[in-house]
Design a protein around this ligand. Sequence first.
Ligand code: NAD
Length: 481
Amino acid sequence: MTAHEKRVPITVADGDGIGPEIMDATLRIITAAGARIEIEKIEIGEAVYSRGLDSGIEPSSWDSLRRTQVFLKAPITTPQGGGFKSLNVTVRKTLGMYANVRPCASLHPFVSTKHPKMNIVIVRENEEDVYGGIEHRQTNQVAQCLKLISRPASKRIVRYAFEYARANKRKKVTCFTKDNIMKITDGLFHRTFEEIALEYPDIEHEHWIVDIGAAKLADTPEAFDVIVMPNLYGDILSDVAAQITGSVGLAGSANIGDHCSMFEAIHGSAPRRAGQNLANPSGLLHGALLMLVHIGQGEIAERVHNAWLTTIEDGIHTYDIYKDGVSKEKVGTREFGDAVIARLGREPKVLPPARYAVGAEMNLSIRPGGVPPKKEHVGVDIFIDQRDGNPDEIAARAKRVAMDGVKLVVIANRGSKVWPDGNPDTFWSDQWSLRFEGKPFDGKRVADIIAAMHAAGFDVIKTEGLYTFDGERGYSLAQGQ
Ligand code: NAD
């Protein structure tokens, strides 16, 4: 066997519900097309959860994933009730799969869609944002979720989007953020995008505020090509994008890391359709196409993709995309797989044939960062829990706490300034933040203020340091400040 024919070990999980049926069809199709793979099966999902493992995956399965570094995964059924972790989030984060890539293209006129010319790829940051799941209930009335955006992760995902665009001959990368409101977190993502875009003068770049960008995407998706976004926006909008091509049942996605990567359908385990030979295997098949490209078998991906497009063109459709007058034959999962296999070697006549740029390398190496900025501690926000509070009364008590060189500057309630000069219409919850500023400031000062606040009867629930970076403010101002 030559190096070219060497089989690549991959880890495969059949999942739950329709999972085993769509996995069977997918593996039959890609092996018939000549995929050079060596399958290692692992068990995930319901059966594992029911054995009391709250992550849905056996500890021994990690060995297979670390060994093969390639995971083709069918959907699983997430158990109802609390106490279970999301298997997807666990696998992505444990194995550092930082990029989620989801191509969404319409198949007009063979699959009904309002968007006949749509052909986009969503690249979603996969590890940060609110998906750290760092949540706290702090008072009777207020809970918080921390949104974390880091510069290294933003750089990595933005570079991935531009490299993907270049390798796949795409023309434009668009960034969606909400940095008109979240100027520091989304602002960091947007700024990083603008900086890295300069390294790709051959690719057009633009930025949209996510709300109007989402509206444009739902209305005129052909205006976009590759779109890169922080995690939460990407989670929501990649489902919208898949749905408006005609069916969520058609899209696959890749979760890419430096070492390990996972490939799957975007839909769930559709338990009501399980075991009836009904489900459409196309979503998982598209995940497998992304996997084949990833393991250097782009020519096989192209062969499978074109046979699949031909099957769709021939009107051989599963129930979810079947339409009288357009479709020719309603088939089950198995028969759909057979139809694709029978068309291997053929190319579509109406739909554009798939072309995978074989050998197009992506340069994802981490570039060294610049000189770190000078960080200066200039104050602290102290959050307190106080029912029936009144800003003037809180300010009067807190001012007594202030010490040499430290001044109470502002009091806010959920980000809105309520003191000094608050607006009587602002609603007050039981969570207040008191901003103390002064120079010099340090951890000892923070500890002294907390101790003095406790002594004055305040219920301190959290503190946030206020810093400048090369003189630039690294914290938000309260609205109205
Ligand atoms: P779902 O995606 O399983 O099903 C939604 C609808 O789409 C259903 O009407 C279903 O019949 C249809 N559908 C989905 N895939 C199809 C296919 N391949 N062919 C034809 N029709 C298809 O979403 P759900 O019902 O909300 O979730 C079911 C289970 O899947 C839940 O336990 C959920 O937590 C889980 N889930 C798992 C994953 C994953 O493992 N990656 C992703 C999403 C949901």
